[in-house]
Design a protein around this ligand. Structure first.
Ligand SMILES: Cc1cc2nc3c(=O)[nH]c(=O)nc-3n(C[C@H](O)[C@H](O)[C@H](O)COP(=O)(O)OP(=O)(O)OC[C@H]3O[C@@H](n4cnc5c(N)ncnc54)[C@H](O)[C@@H]3O)c2cc1C
Length: 490
């Protein structure tokens, strides 16, 4: 049986941030991830906003770890090479009630340690965010946007480069204590570990039960989005939010690090865990999002829609349905050497790295770990042809002629970038694995031109037969029916 010091269940941004943090110590670490990539669930299905930390109750982990995550984001982005823009954000209001609510939000933010918050009038709003519709706003200067795929992948790849082993398409099905160790059963064999960490996102309740830490009620909050074509980004310098309620930030419009605009999310509560894998976006929700968000940003037109997506937040609620704080606990009397994370909903993206540090600190208080002198926090991203000037392009092509062949025309992604993505350190073999690492297929034509070429390259480079080629999630076969043995060209 394969044995590790630590097994982390769930390879999303939180599990990967914990894995990366633990690679600072001399530990053997495995990450069990049920999907074929680390961004198949919530970490790849969100707004990508780096929150300021004002929206959470004082004294909560959500507030503390969000503020910490926000403060550290510039340095982290430099270290790991993902896209982050500290562009600010506005919450726009129209009524006296809205104004009072924004005053309360601002005071809460100040108590949480959030900085750069101010109430601005209509003229100032028109200056900082000309297209926003509102009589006044709260400006959060420290808020920003990041590329959620690049961010999660960067953290995971850096963890892998520092020695964490990723077991993709391994679903944890059972946990038990045997001989002072955890036995971790998966659908692809058993593993043993001294420590286990539950970072299973939407599966946190089930893994918590397996640890014997029962009684958590976890519900889903599903939010749908519309993605708008890139030219709309010029009209949105920063995210625009409505005035939030206690439980929901409201339908907002968000600029992305690559120039698109996303509209959403709504919030539909789901109690049935069987629905946690349903990511469909009904037409009536799309219409509702557009109508609602047009009140704060009047540039949403059907001609600019290029895709939809949705994400599901795991919310831990009490018996009355009241949303709880992040739960990060060790209860050795029931589950020795286990860290249990429940309800890591928003701002989990912003807070992921501080969560990783928090978990590592809890473990180190129980057992001293020896430092790993070989730990390297720096990861080199794939250099993007689309970002280069002519001189840099010439140099890149001289160094590697594959930079001279464009595969994705919309996003100007070259063969060199796609090859680097195919040979990623996590061993991801899907078409969306390439898409989310390079932006190929993310442009106006959504892969109409390059998707088959990319599938063919994966087949050639990794020896994946056409019959086994998947788009993204397990079972998302690209080809079905009769097919010649020669592969995708047949
Ligand atoms: C609509 C929406 C908008 C959001 N917007 C923001 C935002 O703007 N800013 C922000 O800070 N946060 C935001 N969030 C929250 C943020 O995305 C999450 O808190 C964060 O991604 C959680 O990361 P995670 O690693 O815990 O979850 P996940 O990414 O879901 O990772 C958990 C992993 O565990 C795996 N897993 C589950 N069960 C098992 C099992 N039995 N065996 C093996 N693997 C398993 C899953 O496959 C999954 O990959 C948003 C979330 C949503 C849904």
């Amino acid at each position: 049986m394969r044995q590790f010091d630590v097994i982390i269940i769930g390879g999303g941004v939180v599990g990967s941030a914990i894995a990366r943090e633990l690679t600072r110590y001399r530990l053997s670490i495995a990450v069990m991830e049920k999907n074929p990539d680390v961004v198949c669930e919530t970490s790849g299905r969100n707004s990508g906003v780096v929150h300021g930390g004002f929206a959470y109750d004082e004294g909560t982990l959500k507030a503390r770890l969000c503020v910490e995550g926000n403060r550290g984001m510039d340095a982290l982005a430099r270290e790991l090479g993902f896209r982050f823009i500290r562009c600010g954000k506005v919450l726009v209001g129209k009524s006296q009630e809205d104004y009072a609510s924004l005053q309360r939000t601002m005071a809460q933010g100040a108590r949480n340690g959030a900085t750069g918050l101010s109430l601005i009038d209509k003229d100032e709003l028109a200056r900082v965010c000309p297209a926003a519709v509102g009589e006044f706003a709260m400006l959060s200067e420290t808020s920003g946007v990041l590329d959620p795929f690049g961010y999660t992948i960067a953290i995971a790849e850096n963890a892998a480069q520092n020695g964490a082993r990723y077991f993709l398409e391994h679903t944890v099905t059972g946990l038990s204590r045997e001989g002072g160790h955890w036995q971790v059963r998966t659908d692809r064999g058993d593993f043993a570990a001294r420590w286990v960490v539950n970072a299973a996102g939407l599966g946190c309740g089930e893994i918590s039960d397996m640890l014997g830490l029962t009684g958590y009620r976890v519900i889903g909050s599903k939010g749908d989005y519309i993605i708008l074509d890139k030219h709309t980004g010029e009209l949105l310098p920063m995210p625009i939010y409505p005035v939030p309620s206690n439980t929901y930030m409201g339908i907002h419009v968000t600029n992305t690090t690559d120039g698109n605009v996303i509209v959403g999310p709504n919030a539909e509560w789901i109690d049935d865990h069987a629905q946690f894998a349903y990511y469909g976006v009904p037409q009536e929700n799309i219409d509702y999002l557009a109508e609602s968000a047009s009140d704060i940003w009047p540039h949403i037109h059907k001609k600019d829609y290029i895709r939809n997506y949705s994400g599901i937040l795991p919310k831990w609620v009490d018996e009355n349905g009241k949303i709880q704080d992040f739960k990060i606990e060790m209860r050795p009397e029931i589950a020795p050497n286990a860290v249990n994370l429940v309800g890591i909903e928003s701002p989990g993206l912003t807070a992921a790295v501080p969560i990783g540090r928090y978990v590592a600190q809890m473990m180190r208080e129980a057992e001293p770990f020896e430092a790993n002198p070989a730990f390297d926090p720096v990861r080199r991203p794939i250099a993007r042809f689309a970002d280069m000037d002519d001189a840099a392009r010439g140099e890149a092509i001289a160094h590697d002629p594959d930079y001279g062949e464009i595969i994705c025309r919309c996003e100007q992604v070259t063969r060199a970038e796609i090859l680097r993505a195919i040979h990623n350190p996590l061993g991801v073999r899907t078409v969306t694995g390439v898409k989310l690492r390079t932006r190929a297929m993310m442009g106006r034509c959504q892969g109409g031109y390059c998707q088959m070429r990319i599938a063919q390259m994966i087949g050639e480079e990794l020896g994946v037969p056409a019959r086994e080629m998947t788009y993204g999630r397990a079972g998302s076969w690209l080809f079905s029916g009769e097919m010649g043995e020669s592969g995708v060209d047949a």
